[in-house]
Design a protein around this ligand. Structure first.
Ligand SMILES: Nc1nc2c(ncn2[C@@H]2O[C@H](COP(=O)(O)OP(=O)(O)OP(=O)(O)O)[C@@H](O)[C@H]2O)c(=O)[nH]1
Ligand SMILES: [Mg+2]
Length: 488
């Protein structure tokens, strides 16, 4: 219980300020008094103060006649009370008992055939009962931190349930329009009775909220705890964290899964106006959206925060992995096997990149063989000057990268001298970058140069390449005696 108070205090900025609104003859004054007796009275130590406090509690009355004709603040001045025995939780607690909306068949709204005029703290002159209820309800809602809308099943005063319906709806609308957190208290002399059950169903169906059922005349600490818990849950949700698998961040923005997650989240945006509405929310995940389920966790009523845990289909993740790797990856095991393969290839790939860079920079580079590429011939017996030994020959492929500048030229014949000069001027006019796209007889300069290079390189046919390899082999293996002459 102290935790609920602590959380309430945080949400209500250090003051527990409750407004009582609703139709007349529902037990608002009874409930205000009962709550004040439980929450404030035990902590007033001065006997004089205590007596004055009791005297000032709102009056309730039997029958059909309206009792409260002006709003009442309990206590009159905000006083600080201890909310727990060890006095660690101090708070200002206050209730405002308001003039209710006139229920059908209630008496006291008229006096001598005219509407009864009542006083409110918000205007100097007396106003009609209806105006007092209207202005008063809105003012009470505005001033309080949380609103308790008190209604009944028709078992507490001499009015049937039917008599309250219209005024109850007005009160609910006033609370809704204010945007203030509110809860409906269903006051009944028989909390377990059929009338209470029926009224509870009506409230749930009609207003979409679950009321707290209690007997204000016999209020218990357990009732207060239920009211406080519900009150806390009716505060707005301030921050919702969406937790989903990290891989969603790896997906490109336009990926269908990211899009469907975003679209679904946008549909939820206005769905929760209170902590309770979030906790009770039934997530209906669209079919084929890639979202498996959603559920709420980490609800922090004190700070108004919660997390929506979103479970996504792993298939989308694997589909994306397959897309970027070009391999079929459908399970964790597949992905691990793929990684192993990549890591094994990485060594060779790195040395190839290093050799390529060296060839680019220095004009020549050699990729040394991996150990598994080296072949060892059978050991052979050798003799020299009467002594014997063993000869073993090893063979390994080494890859040689040679940077060879290729020259090519484009020399289109255009016709007359003027036409050739015009073409020179046209090419010169193009900027340096744009020159590649300059069109000469249907082909760009870039395409013509690429064609020229391709033609040149293709002149070294398979024979020429084989000879070059042979020559290189000789250079590499037999250069000990000096010059090697290559004839092409
Ligand atoms: N048995 C029972 N009677 C109740 C309960 N709450 C209120 N009553 C009775 O219902 C009658 C009206 O209660 P009030 O507290 O005066 O109601 P109210 O909403 O303040 O009425 P107005 O000030 O006239 O608008 C009184 O006779 C109360 O004793 C309850 O929970 N159980
Ligand atoms: Mg009253």
């Amino acid at each position: 219980m102290p935790n609920i108070y602590a959380d309430m205090l945080t949400r209500m900025g250090g003051e527990l300020y409750f407004g009582m609104v609703g139709p007349v003859r529902t037990g608002k004054s009874t409930l205000s008094s009962a709550l004040a007796r439980h929450l404030i009275l035990p902590y007033i130590t001065d006997p004089y103060e205590k007596e004055r406090f009791i005297d000032e509690l709102p009056q309730s009355a039997e029958g059909k006649t309206v009792m409260t004709t002006e709003p009442k603040f309990i206590p009159r001045q905000m006083i600080e009370v201890n909310l727990n025995q060890d006095q660690t939780l101090k708070a200002k607690v206050r209730f405002i008992d308001s003039v209710g909306f006139m229920s059908k068949d209630a008496l006291g709204g008229m006096e001598d055939g005219k509407e009864r005029m009542v006083h409110t703290p918000w205007s100097e002159e007396a106003v009609s009962f209806e105006t007092a209820a209207d202005i008063g309800t809105n003012k009470v809602i505005e001033q309080s931190g949380i609103v308790l809308l008190v209604t009944t099943d028709g078992t507490i005063a001499d009015l049937p349930r039917q008599a309250y319906l219209e005024a109850e709806e007005r009160a609910v609308n006033a609370c809704r329009e204010s945007g203030k957190p509110f809860l409906i208290v269903l006051n009944t002399s028989m909390p377990a009775g059929a009338a209470a059950k029926e009224t509870k169903n009506y409230i749930e169906e009609h207003y979409g909220v679950e009321p707290v059922i209690l007997d204000a005349k016999n209020l218990t600490l357990a009732d207060i705890e239920r009211v406080m818990t519900k009150a806390l849950a009716s505060f707005p949700i301030l921050e919702i964290e969406i937790a989903m698998p990290d891989f969603i961040c790896m997906l490109p923005k336009e990926h269908p899964l990211r899009q469907s997650v975003l679209t679904y989240l946008l549909t939820l945006k206005d769905g929760f106006d209170s902590i309770e509405s979030l906790v009770d929310y039934t997530f209906e995940v669209p079919k084929d959206s890639g979202i498996v389920s959603c559920h709420v966790s980490n609800v922090n009523s004190c700070h108004g925060t919660a997390t929506i845990q979103m479970k996504l289909e792993d298939a989308a993740y694997y589909a994306y992995l397959s897309e970027i790797t070009g391999e079929s990856i459908e399970t964790k095991e597949c992905f691990a096997a793929y990684l192993k393969e990549i890591i094994a290839e990485r060594g060779a790939y790195r040395s190839a990149i290093a050799s390529l860079t060296e060839a680019q920079e220095k004009g020549y580079s050699i990729m040394l063989p991996m150990q598994e590429e080296i072949t060892l011939e059978e050991p052979a017996l050798i003799s020299s000057g009467g002594k014997y030994g063993v000869r073993m020959q090893a063979m390994a492929p080494s890859v040689h990268l040679i940077k060879v500048p290729v020259t090519t030229e484009i020399a289109p014949i255009v016709g007359t001298k003027e036409q050739a000069e015009d073409l020179i001027a046209y090419i010169k006019e193009s900027d340096r970058e744009g020159i590649w796209d300059t069109n000469i007889f249907g082909k760009t300069v870039g395409e013509l140069v690429a064609d020229g290079i391709r033609n040149k390189v293709s002149l070294i046919g398979d024979d020429g390449r084989a000879k070059l390899c042979e020559s290189m082999e000789k250079i590499v293996n037999d250069t000990t005696n000096g010059l090697v002459c290559i004839l092409i």
